[in-house]
Design a protein around this ligand. Structure first.
Ligand code: 13P
Length: 255
């Protein structure tokens, strides 16, 4: 059985005090209210990871992740953070290849492949983001593009390595826009991604891969999205900044 996950991507939001307050609220609300076996991952700015790990130490449901990392183990890369540093402060996950990093920081499938390797080498789990822009969807080139993102950035992994990664399908046109992919649109792409994984590895690897949906996911649409056979949870931006909304999305698995 593949893992069900709701991950919050705080992006560059919250100062330290408000971040700690938000996380404490999420911890309490999720503890009190979540029923199923879904895992929760919170990805704050790097600076807060250590504190959030300390707060959630005895909580088996909630883990902490980063939003990026550098591909090298260490060295003269001013301002960067290595995957093993994230491991040393207790992070479990690293989001890689988010469309904002591709758009604003020039990340490509080629530069992301070694980051995926570095994260796995450090004993962490990548949440690898893929997805198309509206223009690419309108040109009907999105399936090929999503396949390229998989082939070029993660299909070099062995089956054992691939078993440790989480895929997040985030259509760029749905991120922060309030326009969610319909559950049919999302399911179609998730099924496509799973089929590509089966073709590259095998049906068992594909069945066991957690594929998250991201893009204007909120408490109102989460249950419908998560009820789709190939949608195993969500990567949540804006709604992860409100403890009530985020917890309600976590609870969408119970409904
Ligand atoms: P929103 O939920 O704000 O659309 O952001 C999605 C996202 O980018 C998560 O990584």
């Amino acid at each position: 059985m593949r893992k069900k996950i709701v991950a919050g991507n705080w992006k560059m939001n919250m100062d330290y005090t408000s971040g700690l307050t938000l996380f404490s609220e999420v911890l309490n609300m999720v503890n009190d209210e979540a029923k199923g076996d879904q895992q929760v991952v919170v990805c704050p700015p790097y600076l807060y990871i250590h504190s959030l790990v300390q707060l959630s130490k005895n909580n088996s449901r909630i883990s902490v992740g980063a939003q990026n990392c550098h591909q090298a183990d260490s060295g003269a890369f001013t301002g960067e953070i290595a995957a093993n540093m994230l491991n040393s402060v207790g992070a479990d996950y690293v989001i890689l290849g988010h469309s904002e990093r591709r758009q604003y920081f020039g990340e490509t499938n080629q530069t992301l492949a070694p980051k995926v390797d570095a994260v796995l080498k450090a004993g962490l789990k990548p949440i690898f983001c893929i997805g198309e822009t509206l223009e690419e969807r309108n040109q009907n080139i999105h399936l090929g593009l999503i396949k390229d993102q998989l082939v070029e950035a993660v299909f070099h992994l062995t089956a054992d390595e691939f078993a440790k990664i989480v895929i997040a399908y985030e259509p760029v046109w749905a991120i922060g826009t309030g326009v969610t992919a319909t559950s049919e649109q999302a399911q179609e792409i998730h099924a496509f991604i799973r089929a590509e994984i089966a073709a590259k590895y095998d049906a068992t690897v594909a069945e066991n891969t957690t594929i998250l949906y991201g893009g204007s996911c909120n408490p109102k649409n989460a249950a419908e999205l998560f009820s789709q056979p190939d949608i195993d949870g969500g990567l949540i931006g804006g709604a992860s900044l409100k403890s009530r909304d985020f917890t309600d999305i976590v609870k969408a698995f119970n409904s």
